[in-house]
Design a protein around this ligand. Sequence first.
Ligand SMILES: C[S@@+](CC[C@H](N)C(=O)[O-])C[C@H]1O[C@@H](n2cnc3c(N)ncnc32)[C@H](O)[C@@H]1O
Length: 366
Amino acid sequence: MNLSILARASILSSTLTSRTLNRTIPHRPISSSSLSYTPTSPNPKTPLFLRPPIFTATLTDLKKFQTWAQTLASSVGSSFTESDNGPCSEILHRELNWLIQDSVQTPDILSLNSDSKTDAVVKLRAELGDLYLLWKQRIEERRPFQYVVGCEHWRDLVLSVEEGVLIPRPETELMVDLVEGVVKERVGLKRGLWVDLGTGSGAIGIGIGRVLGDEGRVVAVDVSPVAVQVALFNVRRYGLEDKVSVKQGSWFEPLSGLEGQISGLVSNPPYIPSGHISGLQAEVGRHEPILALDGGEDGMSDLLHLCNGAASMLEPGGFFAFETNGEDQCRFLVDHMESVHNNSFCDLKIVPDFAGVQRFVTGFRS
Ligand SMILES: C[S@@+](CC[C@H](N)C(=O)[O-])C[C@H]1O[C@@H](n2cnc3c(N)ncnc32)[C@H](O)[C@@H]1O
């Protein structure tokens, strides 16, 4: 397994340590604390921390939960890390604190010396019984923390996520920065039509929608019905319905009739070689959708398809950015563009991510 595969496989843990505290975002509460998680039944939910605190528990019972959950986290030690580079106890303890912060209206009460207040009633955003179940799922089933709390903090957004949708990764944030840089230099592109192919939670599409301001618009496409529902839910939570439309279909299919009219095309497609899927961290391989991960035998199937489509869909001067698995895929893509589409693209660049991995291929339609 090459390093870049490991980078994606281990990103879940790096995501956990980079959680931001920026939580003041507009939202429309659509609440349900149901715990079912079936990838095939789209049912986007408001992130746990934004749900109303309509449940209660005594401080004594909440402390019992905390002690039980801490013991379970400690029991993991470094076993997950040794087996598949999964989270160690230290990370799980940090996640437990986040879970408590997200679900308890006044989490500080747990750290006060409050022995005299054991009968105090604490308000919760989920039933105490559900918190036990959620933490068991986190440890025993290796259910990703982001699915447990129903969201991921990504760039300046908090995105709802659930089974059936890829948890957006920190390195993908750079795609939006790349677009922001390009539209500053080429203002005409800011007024155009942008597409985010394979939008998942809607992360890139929503990020670009905010960068474009009042002028341009975005079409976010995904073949997965769960992803489409979750992306729509996130678009609505950010009040971007007029700017970002979400369409279901395979890659360019929902864009027919727009050949040569697209100002910007971005995608973070599935790019992990099929043979590497079974070696992924349990949180990723067991719980995230295979449709979002598996890029065929060499991981290049979707990237090549997208690259070929970009030649016909982009307007002259239009920008594209593709995320890849790392340096080998970047070079393969650039070689393909130079040999097969030698007059179609210009200013091809390989751009590293924050960790220094050669991650993105960008360029313009000639
Ligand atoms: C690696 S995920 C990226 C998700 C999101 N853009 C992000 O960065 O978090 C790839 C996405 O491509 C979607 N996908 C896979 N095959 C597709 C196809 N044929 N047409 C459209 N989307 C597809 C998957 O459902 C998944 O949401």
